[in-house]
Design a protein around this ligand. Structure first.
Ligand SMILES: [Zn+2]
Length: 295
């Protein structure tokens, strides 16, 4: 049975209002707007146990109809890897040991390893994807506990592309990464769907971030944001579908108050209206490849 989320995952407020309700592949999905900080989060949602089973087995089937990677999935992952490498190059980031959390079929691991000549290791809970990557001689673990148990030393670059929005406790998770496996001098590379452009209210998306709430989440978890940009690569040249952030751990992370975001509902309406206008004006340039199932 789904669980009700009693407190905002970012600021802890108990006050919220209904932000969006819809059916996603015949499942009802409700998202709330936190009255304290403006975070949009799903409630009710799957429990921790339900989420574990979902990612081990059902996730890819629900989204793609098959368990292993499809050609389109691999193409999107390749395009995403190139876009993230370009973003890292802009900020002169390189790595000797690279970890990709949510490594999927390992496409980013391969491209990053080729670019940096580094050791590349992945964490991926989905069995079929993990096996696909392992069959290509990549090192993948099911979760961070398995990574730690294997005695993997810390990493100077950790990426989480389209992972944070799936986690029940994004602040707690990012905090724990600072202890292990991210090295104290390391870089954290994040990408999430952009609440103000992406049609993001899916059953597996527990939080829908704006640039503001992503920054606040990173700050609460003890990171300094070095760069954050909205863009559409690899899916669109025109629509700011995604938010990509580069951050570093802060040495002494003091408790701080979350800075609230205001006007979230209006910003979402304006953003989605702008998206519809761009799609109508430039139908052949808004999406590349054509709009599909993946986020
Ligand atoms: Zn809040």
């Amino acid at each position: 049975m789904p669980e009700t989320v009693e407190r905002c995952p970012l600021c802890g407020s108990e006050h919220s209002s209904l932000f969006d309700h819809r059916l996603f592949r015949r499942q009802p999905v409700s998202n709330l707007l936190c009255a304290g900080c403006g975070l949009v989060y799903q409630s009710p949602r799957m429990t921790a146990d339900e989420l574990e089973t979902f990612y081990a087995r059902e996730y890819r089937q629900v989204y793609q109809g098959v368990e292993g990677p499809t050609a389109k999935d691999l193409a999107v992952q390749g395009g995403r890897a190139d876009a993230l490498l370009a973003f890292l190059a802009e900020h002169r980031v390189a790595a000797a040991r690279y970890l990709d959390i949510g490594a999927s079929a390992g496409v980013m691991l391969q491209r990053f390893a080729a670019q940096f000549g580094c050791q590349a290791v992945g964490v991926e809970p989905g069995k079929a994807y993990r096996r696909y990557a392992q069959a290509r001689e990549l090192t993948l673990y099911a979760d961070l506990d398995a990574l730690r148990a294997a005695g993997e030393p810390p990493f100077d670059l950790v990426s989480m592309a389209h992972v944070l929005e799936h986690l029940p406790d994004p602040v707690g998770y990012l905090k724990s990464l600072r202890a292990y496996p991210l090295s104290p001098e390391g870089w954290l590379l994040l990408e999430v769907p952009n609440l103000y452009c992406h049609d993001s209210f899916e059953v597996a998306h527990l939080t829908s971030f704006s640039a503001h709430t992503l920054r606040e989440t990173l700050a609460q978890a003890g990171y300094q944001v070095v760069a954050l940009k909205a863009h559409g690569r690899p899916r669109s040249a025109l629509l700011p579908l995604y938010l990509t952030a580069l951050a570093r751990p802060v040495e002494s992370a003091d408790a701080r108050r979350v800075r609230p975001e205001r006007g979230v509902a209006l910003k979402r309406r304006v953003g989605m209206f702008r998206r519809r206008v761009i799609q109508r004006l430039f139908p052949h340039r808004a999406w590349s490849p054509p709009e599909g199932e993946l986020s």
